[in-house]
Design a protein around this ligand. Sequence first.
Ligand code: ACO
Length: 354
Amino acid sequence: MNSGLEDVVAAETVLSDVDGEGGRLTIRGQPLSALAGRKAFEEVVHLLFQGFFDDLPDPEHLAAMLGQARTDVFDRTRTLLPVLAGLPVYDAMRAALAPMPDGITLDDALRLVAAPAVLIPALLRQAAGQEPIAPDPARSHAVDVVRMLDRDKGGAALGAYLVTVSDHGLNASTFAARVVASTQAGLTSAVLAGLGALKGPLHGGAPGPVIEMLDGIAAEGDAQAWIDRALGRGDRLMGFGHRIYRIRDPRADALKAALRTLDRANDRLAFAEEVERIALVALRQRKQSRVIETNVEFYTALLLEAVGFPPDSFTGVFAMGRVVGWIAHAREQALTGRLIRPKSLYIDEQARAA
Ligand code: ACO
């Protein structure tokens, strides 16, 4: 039995390819290096949505539609905020997305892309006792998110992050979204499935614990001792290892490059690089049968921290980028008209016991 479905091909996709041996991510024919830090998030939304919505306009017009969607979502968000008060960001996001219309149009899709971008800054401000800042549809998506956080720097770095995590083959959350879409449920249902799968620490829940690890190491002042103790207990080091990559995750370097554009991140980055170096040596020594390299979540944690997001919002911010991939995959799957319905192997416990 292959309970993790390793190497099982469960979908055909034109959206992205993860080359685990070569350490390459290709999104619609373009290497990640040609997209992250080079293309606006909106352009990548356009790239991923092509062929899945009949009425997809040119990229410029799509960016304007996404800006308008942020404004539409903001009005709804404001009325929801009192009900969401006190909930952790991820739980509030799940609750806020659930009642959205479960359609399959471009408008439905753009509202779902806009929702996390508007909701997270509003929730963070509410937690600090502040009023939400309304979106500015004329700004780029990432710059507007940073503006809604009441920050003036970090838009370019956040844009590079959102592009970097926009799609990544048949990862757990994307697969969950495709399974739901295969039943011909709408996009909100598919996105909620993706969001549910993203939460766990083996997938999108890792970057918060990366900060805990870095803070724990900083407090102790001895990375080697902290890491040896964690591995000695059998813990996994968050931000390391991957099901597909047998070489460094190319997204880690894309994010590191984006981080370097934020001056205030430099000291933390130098510290994290030292922790990474010690962790990789320790992992190589202890796990000789498995190549364990740095994954996207390690530098995600640093980048989102430097932009101004608190650790408990990191999984939600991941969803802010990955929602585009979930939607494109959901459309691609639904258009095949084929229900995903594998088999299970029944173990007859009574016959076994007899
Ligand atoms: N730290 C320590 N040991 C590890 C790590 C890690 N980060 N990752 C894998 N291992 C070890 C396992 O303990 C196991 O060791 P064993 O054979 O001695 O029992 C061996 O490597 C193989 O592990 P698997 O679970 O088979 O590897 P898998 O392909 O399922 O793991 C995963 C992928 C889940 C990402 C894993 O590397 C992990 O848990 N990493 C930490 C969490 C994390 O960073 N998640 C984010 C992933 S990126 C993303 O989803 C966006």
